[in-house]
Design a protein around this ligand. Structure first.
Ligand SMILES: N[C@@H](CCC(=O)N[C@@H](CS)C(=O)NCC(=O)O)C(=O)O
Length: 208
């Protein structure tokens, strides 16, 4: 299977970390693709009309996107302990953590548009501030309602999504999530030492 990837994408890294944790990484051929709304990549568009990575190209030619769908697919391929719980409520809570992680990445990308990516004259400070509020509220939620229960819990897709999201926010020097949040910080520090995280560190700049 071919994974259209980006070395600085938190969504793509989530898929690759999941593949490592599921014992599937050696079945993926990982190919880096630059793509952005202002940097069209025809190879990506041919497989995903949204022009985004990650895309997983199966051996029969089926293209799977987005990262959530790819992770569901990977879950169906392995026989290690589940990364998406089978029990209905546990499954929903794992997917909710994944949704929060996706929202963190979406908000972080929006902040970057309003700070470094858009030409200066087109930046909108109120939008930047509104997106930063979402980041901070989510960090506080994770500290107060998530991190304690995650400590010592079996690894799952929610944790993978969150670790790759937080590590990307740190990589891009977006608002800090560790200061004043000891439970979240200590969970994050432990998670990023996992071999799956060390094998997939971020690199590179977005090309716009
Ligand atoms: N919801 C998608 C988001 C994917 C996404 O936004 N990927 C970025 C890379 S970080 C991308 O390809 N951006 C190109 C674009 O927006 O045109 C997922 O979870 O896979």
């Amino acid at each position: 299977m071919k994974l259209l990837y980006q070395t600085h994408s938190p969504y793509a890294r989530k898929v690759l970390v999941m593949a490592h944790e599921a014992g599937l990484a050696d079945r993926l051929s990982v190919v880096h693709h630059e793509t952005s709304p202002t940097w069209r990549n025809d190879d990506v568009f041919r497989l995903n009309p949204l022009g985004k990575v990650p895309v997983l190209l199966l051996d029969d030619g089926t293209a799977l996107f987005d990262s959530n769908v790819i992770c569901e697919y990977l879950e169906s391929l392995h026989d290690r302990p589940p990364l998406i719980p089978r029990e209905p409520l546990a499954r929903l809570l794992t997917l909710r953590t994944q949704a929060l992680a996706q929202g963190l990445c979406d908000a972080g990308i929006a902040v970057r548009h309003e700070t470094v990516r858009r030409p200066e004259a087109l930046r909108y400070p109120a939008m930047r501030d509104g997106q930063i509020e979402k980041l901070v509220a989510s960090y506080d939620f994770l500290e107060q309602e998530w991190a304690e229960a995650a400590d010592g819990a079996p690894i799952d897709l929610g944790q993978i999504a969150l670790a790759t999201a937080l590590d990307w926010l740190a990589f891009r020097e977006l608002p800090d999530f560790e200061q004043g949040r000891p439970r979240l910080s200590s969970w994050y520090r432990r998670f990023i030492e996992r071999p799956s995280m060390l094998a997939t560190t971020f690199a590179g700049q977005t090309v716009d």
